[in-house]
Design a protein around this ligand. Structure first.
Ligand code: DGL
Length: 272
């Protein structure tokens, strides 16, 4: 039976997470859904992000997914709790939806010597304060400062992440964050699109600062989750199949996806 693990994002960014998950756990089947037609989510309201995300999760359930990962911080911040608490019990009590914020906040404190971390994210993720709330549960002593970077996703989605124009906006937000808290020694890229800007972020940040992408952290935590939940793990099909769906043009998706996923993909258009 085909019961892939679903991986969802507003667009291409979740491919940076899927890439690491597949590297760590290649045996499973995966179906990736990018809601490219409605990206970006980071500037949209709580209700809109929730409605869009739920629609996509339902579609992934219809495709047989027992487990869906919201590989999008904005969707994890604005939709995950409602989906887990309000929708799943009625819709699919035997299925699971997980996000990327919890696995990251569970470990972030272990990376910082100074006890000062900076969160770079979309405006939606920053205003939700999900990182502040979740980090406080695991590392109450940690000093956490956030910076919303609303131009970064459009730069990445428009293929401008390596252009000289991107330098200005990357430096602007890194400088602002470091001004708020000069003792920061760890920066979290709390948006799945941002790893594409990693080189520029590294150049703009002070040399002693560690920069964390989420993909490998999420992959590690997922492996651990599957070990601890054999009732879910046993239901995930394991034939190494990858399926890519996009709500916008499949040709555009295939052209852009390689830089996020690290290898060519063939996607199928999905009309929601
Ligand atoms: N990649 C998404 C995230 O991790 C946000 C992109 C968007 O704004 O749609 O937050």
């Amino acid at each position: 039976m085909n019961q892939p693990i679903g991986v969802f994002d507003s667009g291409y960014g979740g491919l940076t997470v899927l890439r690491e998950i597949v590297r760590k756990l290649p045996q499973y089947d995966y179906v990736y859904l990018g809601d490219n037609a409605r990206t970006p989510y980071g500037t949209r309201s709580f209700d809109t992000v929730y409605q869009y995300t739920l629609e996509c999760v339902r579609h992934l359930f219809d495709r047989g997914c027992r487990l869906v990962i919201l590989a999008c911080n904005t969707a994890s911040a604005k939709a995950l709790r409602n989906i887990q608490q309000l929708d799943l019990p009625a819709l699919a009590p035997d299925r699971r939806v997980l996000g990327v914020i919890r696995p990251t906040t569970e470990v972030i404190g272990t990376y910082s010597q100074a006890g000062h971390v900076g969160i770079l994210a979309t405006r939606g993720t920053v205003t939700s304060e999900s990182y502040l709330v979740e980090i406080a549960k695991f590392f109450p002593e940690l000093n956490v400062v956030q910076e919303a970077c609303p131009m970064w996703v459009p730069l990445v989605e428009n293929g401008e992440y390596a252009s000289p124009g991107a330098d200005y906006f990357v430096k602007q937000h890194i400088d602002r964050l470091m001004e708020k808290s000069p003792a920061i020694d760890t920066l979290l890229l709390a948006c799945t699109h941002y790893p594409l800007l990693l080189e520029k972020i590294r150049q703009a940040a002070p040399p002693n600062v560690t920069i964390l992408s989420q993909g490998n952290i999420v992959a590690e935590r997922l492996a651990d989750y599957l070990l601890r939940h054999p009732e879910i793990e046993e239901q995930c099909s394991k034939q190494g199949r990858r399926t890519f769906l996009t709500t916008d043009s499949a040709a555009d998706f295939d052209r852009q996806a390689t830089v996020f996923y690290g290898e060519p993909v063939r996607s199928v258009h999905l009309a929601l």
